[in-house]
Design a protein around this ligand. Structure first.
Ligand SMILES: *Cc1c(COP(=O)(O)O)cnc(C)c1O
Length: 356
């Protein structure tokens, strides 16, 4: 079958998932483990060459993470078939690239300043990354994005709220791109749980070319166990499930994530404390003589323009406070990105900045 892709015209009506999946992936027969077919009443498991003696981790994990997913789709209010879990959302992004982008031929579009892993993942997969800068106010340049697409553009990655700038992309702009373009629009919502802006998840039923990625790493406080989330229509996730490593989320991560999610109250309380510290830090920074601008943020970090970011960064590092220097990123001259910490960490940061 020949590919017929015309992503740069107004053609959503023509979007056919099959036209943009790599040929080898379409033909792929997924690895199947015998455990997938096991019946409810099975009690003797002699199919996977495991050590039979129970120590809590002697069995392979559930490849489709049924129990954990049950909990997550109740929280995210999506259909079970619209939910996929990855080993961190970095794995979700990697799988998306590998499903849609033919090495040495296809390209993705990203909008710097943004998350650094997009380009790294594309580079690893030998995929070209086209960069369309954000506007100076960090809003999306949708016209430039549309004009930069060509027949080999397979994915446009939008980050909302964006790392490192902190602002969100209005869903109307995401929808504009979904309508105008025939490629995948992947919205990385790693920080959405800190934000009161609308998530793109509500668009999933309407758009077969939308993928939303989220994570348990940030607001949910589980960066250490690597659980990322993809939300999309079933046709896309069926392909993801074929491509993912069969046991991509280990037993301990599945159990720990489930138990941590069940303690919902704890999560809300910590979020409230993070918001409190964020306000406190914003106010302190606005009074600081080295600070030129504190950018509006929908996330758990602030992008701050200093009069001399290098000097502030080095001083803080010497004092044992590690922040992120973003000053080499486009549009981020003299900017540091600072994560909102605990009460104690925020207090130390503010004190150090005044000692400088
Ligand atoms: C932290 C971060 C991620 C990575 O999340 P994991 O689920 O921990 O892999 C993805 N996207 C952005 C924008 C991030 O800042």
């Amino acid at each position: 079958m020949t590919l017929n892709i015309k992503p740069y015209h107004d053609k959503r009506m023509n979007f056919k998932l099959n036209n943009i999946i790599r040929a080898n992936i379409k033909q792929l027969t997924a690895y199947s483990s015998a455990r997938e077919d096991f019946t409810e009443n099975a009690e003797v498991f002699l199919d996977a060459n495991e050590n039979p003696y129970n120590n809590g981790i002697n069995r392979y994990p559930d490849p489709f993470q049924k129990d954990l997913k049950q909990q997550i789709f109740e929280i995210k209010k999506v259909k079970p078939s619209q939910l996929f879990l990855g080993n961190g959302s970095d794995e979700v992004l990697d799988i998306a690239i590998r499903v849609f982008c033919e090495p040495k031929q296809d390209n993705i579009i990203i909008c710097p300043p943004t998350y650094g892993m997009y380009k790294v993942l594309a580079d690893i997969n030998n995929i070209e990354t086209k960069e369309v800068l954000l506007n100076t106010d960090f809003s999306l340049n949708t016209d430039a994005i549309i004009n930069s697409t060509d027949k080999n553009t397979k994915i446009i990655i939008l980050c909302s709220p964006n790392n490192p700038t902190g602002n969100s992309i209005p869903s109307s702009e995401v929808e504009l791109l979904l309508n105008k373009l025939n490629c995948i629009i992947l919205v990385d919502e790693a920080y959405v749980d800190f934000s009161d802006k609308e998530s793109a998840v509500k668009l999933i039923d309407k758009y077969p070319n939308l993928i939303v990625s989220q994570t348990l790493s940030k607001a949910y406080g589980m960066a250490g166990i690597r659980v990322g989330i993809a939300l999309a229509q079933k046709q896309i996730l069926d392909v993801f499930n074929k491509v993912k490593p069969p046991y991509n989320i280990n037993v301990l991560s599945q159990e720990k994530a489930l138990n941590t999610l069940l303690q919902e109250g704890l999560y809300q309380e910590k979020l409230a404390r993070i918001f409190q510290q964020k306000t406190l830090l914003i106010n302190a920074l606005k009074e600081n003589k080295f600070v030129e601008k504190v950018y509006q943020s929908d996330a758990n970090f602030l992008l701050i323009r200093f009069n001399n970011a290098k000097k502030v960064y080095n001083f803080l590092a010497k004092e044992g406070v590690v922040v992120r220097d973003r000053s080499t990123q486009p549009l981020c001259d003299n900017c540091l990105r600072i994560t909102i910490g605990t009460e104690r960490e925020t207090k130390i940061l503010i004190e150090k900045l005044y000692q400088m």
